[in-house]
Design a protein around this ligand. Structure first.
Ligand code: NAP
Length: 273
């Protein structure tokens, strides 16, 4: 598994496993299955309300803790008490450290956002969090972090798939050493039906999902596909035996049409604010 180097020197696998909307026993089984299939980055969050089940999956797997990258996130309604949120995450996941913790959403309260980020930096100094990043942050949000703390976050996890690529924000991040993690990488299945993807799938004897995930990896964006089905969990990581040509990458790039799936973080207040 190829790994990428973050700007703080730590390494992260080039693909991860998403845990949003995996519930109950399905979440436990999916996480254990993902580690068994070779995923070495698990993308969790306090706000997914399933970290105890994700933690059960981590425990069920024979893969030792130090062999996988475990990421979680703090949601803005906990920015007033991030210590409590992080403690619950660590307890639920059954670990005493995170490889990375993100501020999940910028929210509208600048002071709480900055103080929570500062708390994560303190946790990094104590070794409880190895890398500190953000999610859904705009150029302005990232600049605000740099001005306050002197350095950019090492990760920005953002919505990114062929029909909504956020190229400008990605260019901004690339120029500043901020690693992009692509969430909803296959647009929850909606992007799979485009003709160019079917053509490339036929050519490489792969699925449209595999073509898209490979496209992310070739752009140095880390995709974190979610599935609770064993065959899809295996399919989504079976990507390392082919490469798209530069022309094929451009053809997938051309699917961009501004089709944002989630809420716009620049204007959407987080609940509890
Ligand atoms: N930071 C944020 O604000 C944020 C927001 C959203 C998501 N995320 C993270 O990103 C992860 C992935 O995003 P996502 O869950 O929104 O969307 P996604 O990974 O693009 O798509 C997941 C959906 O596609 C289906 N699927 C998975 N593999 C497939 C395949 N090979 N063929 C056909 N369908 C397939 C899954 O169904 P089954 O499960 O039924 O197989 C599920 O319904 C999340 O789980 C979460 O960790 C982060």
């Amino acid at each position: 598994m190829k790994r990428l180097q973050l700007s703080d020197g730590n390494e992260i696998p080039c693909i991860g496993f998403g845990c949003y909307k995996a519930l109950g026993q399905e979440a436990t089984d999916a996480v254990a299955c993902a580690l068994g299939a070779g995923y070495r980055y698990i993308d969790s969050a306090a706000n997914y309300n399933n970290e105890a089940e994700v933690g059960e999956g981590l425990k069920k797997s024979p893969v030792p803790r130090e062999e996988f990258f475990l990421l979680s996130k703090i949601w803005p309604s906990f920015y007033g008490n991030p210590k409590k949120s992080l403690q619950k995450t660590l307890t639920d996941l059954g670990t005493n450290y995170l490889d990375c913790c993100l501020l999940h959403w910028p929210g509208l309260d600048t002071s709480k956002r900055l103080r929570t980020y500062e708390f994560l930096l303190e946790m990094r100094d104590k070794g409880i969090v190895r890398s500190v990043g953000v999610s859904n942050f705009s150029e302005e949000n990232l600049e605000e972090i740099r001005q306050e703390f002197g350095a950019y976050p090492v990760i920005n996890e953002i919505e990114c798939h062929p029909t909504f690529q956020q190229r400008e924000l990605i260019r901004f991040c690339a120029a500043r050493g901020i690693q992009i993690v692509s969430y909803s990488p296959i647009n929850r299945g909606v992007d799979l039906d485009h003709e160019i993807l079917r053509t490339l799938a036929n050519k490489y004897k792969k699925s449209a999902a595999q073509i898209i995930l490979n496209w992310h990896i070739q752009h140095d964006q880390i995709p974190i596909p979610k599935s609770v089905h064993r065959e899809r969990i295996l399919e989504n990581i079976d990507l390392f035996d082919f490469s798209l040509t530069p022309e094929e990458i451009s053809a997938v790039d051309a699917l961009e049409c501004g089709a944002r799936r989630g809420k716009d973080p620049r204007v959407f207040p987080a609940e509890g604010e």
